[in-house]
Design a protein around this ligand. Structure first.
Ligand code: PBG
Length: 351
């Protein structure tokens, strides 16, 4: 510590002593500010650089035509009917975004406890995959594997006597993932947190010849109140109870490593932490734990916080957005799912 203190003579010096004589003679003094002096210097020594290549754009799709509905709790975020979704995917591609993640709003009459609609080959998601692959073939399409948008109970699995059944649910998730692969998905992303689903899906994909369809595993997914706006968007909030018997407890980090180890052993290609902002330590620890790419999900509630404060004029949205996404990358995320994808891509052009 003493190395940073100015010499005695400087401390004792009277105000009229020129600033030049203060501390400058101390050869052991370090001046980190030297590297922050100009923009060029700061760019040169910057440790983390966010690029559009890091971003995955989550998109909400719904039935109908010519529809574009703003999600009230997610200003600037819309549910699109398939025709308009294609325009949005093209717009994303024009901004350099290479990947999207699809989430469907399923009409109520298609919802049931077994989630049968989740593997309907003519359902909304497979139709969307096929249409995107035809219209924007280069776009990487990632599809969510879970029952909640299809479940009359709003849970990620089949419900029996108030319990979420694990193995029975995994059997349905396998059918869902196979159907998505068949429709042309590049990656399937199990977000349900049932035990053993990554291995079951990998095995089934391989057995059916889908060896190049990847698995983006929601490995450390927490039972979080930050998902509120997403559940508004898809009308998928649980009808009873909460998701704490399958999603993780916010207080646990070692358990995240365990989940990651299992998903890797079962064949995950990318492991994800979700939410991101309140779990940067988890992202950091997982990054040190594995050589697989690590993804972070900048979830709906994180997006809503920034939008709401910006609408009040309390924060500078563009800067907070870039600072937040950069911090996720600094923590160890190689890939970030974010509703800010388009805005970030635009901002990064002039950053
Ligand atoms: C559902 C799923 C959820 C999200 C992605 N997939 C919600 C939940 O688990 O209740 C949340 C994403 C977000 O909040 O942005 N399996």
């Amino acid at each position: 510590m003493s190395i940073l203190l100015p010499p005695e003579s400087a401390l004792a010096s009277a105000p009229e002593v020129a600033a030049k004589s203060v501390t400058l003679t101390n050869v052991s003094m370090r001046r980190p500010r030297r590297l922050r002096r100009t923009d060029a210097l700061r760019r040169m020594v910057r440790e983390t650089v966010l690029t559009v290549d890091d971003l995955i754009y989550p998109l909400f799709v719904m039935e109908g035509e010519g529809l574009r509905e703003e999600v009230p709790s997610m200003p600037g975020c819309f549910r699109y009917s398939l025709d308009l979704l294609l325009d949005e995917v093209k717009a994303a591609q024009d901004l350099g975004i290479g990947a999207i993640a699809l989430f469907p709003l399923i009409p109520h009459h298609h919802k049931d406890n077994g989630g049968g609609e989740s593997y309907n080959p003519d359902g909304l998601v497979p139709r969307a995959i096929r249409a995107i692959k035809q219209a924007v073939p280069q776009m990487l399409v990632i599809t969510d594997v879970a029952l909640d948008p299809y479940s009359s109970e709003g849970h990620d699995g089949i419900v029996e006597n108030g319990q979420i059944l694990n193995d029975e649910t995994v059997a349905v998730l396998v059918k869902q993932a196979l159907m998505q692969a068949e429709a042309g998905a590049d990656f399937v992303a199990p977000s349900d947190m049932m035990d053993g689903r990554v291995g079951a899906i990998r095995q089934a994909l391989d057995a059916e010849g889908w060896i190049n369809v990847g698995i983006l595993a929601y490995a450390a997914k927490y039972a979080s109140a930050y998902y509120g706006p997403f559940r508004d968007a898809l009308d998928s909030a649980p009808k009873f109870g909460d998701k704490k018997t399958y999603q993780m407890d916010a207080a646990n980090a070692r358990e995240a490593l365990k989940e990651v180890e299992l998903d890797i052993a079962e064949g995950a290609d990318i492991v994800m932490v979700k939410p991101a902002l309140a779990y940067l330590d988890v992202i950091c620890r997982i990054k040190q734990h594995t050589n697989l790419p690590v993804a972070a999900y900048n979830v709906s509630g994180e997006y809503a916080l920034v939008k709401a404060a910006a609408q009040q004029g309390w924060i500078d949205e563009r800067t907070v957005m870039l600072e937040t996404l950069t911090s996720m990358k600094r923590a160890g995320a190689d890939v970030i799912l974010t509703y800010f994808a388009k805005e970030a891509a635009l901002a990064l052009r002039s950053y």
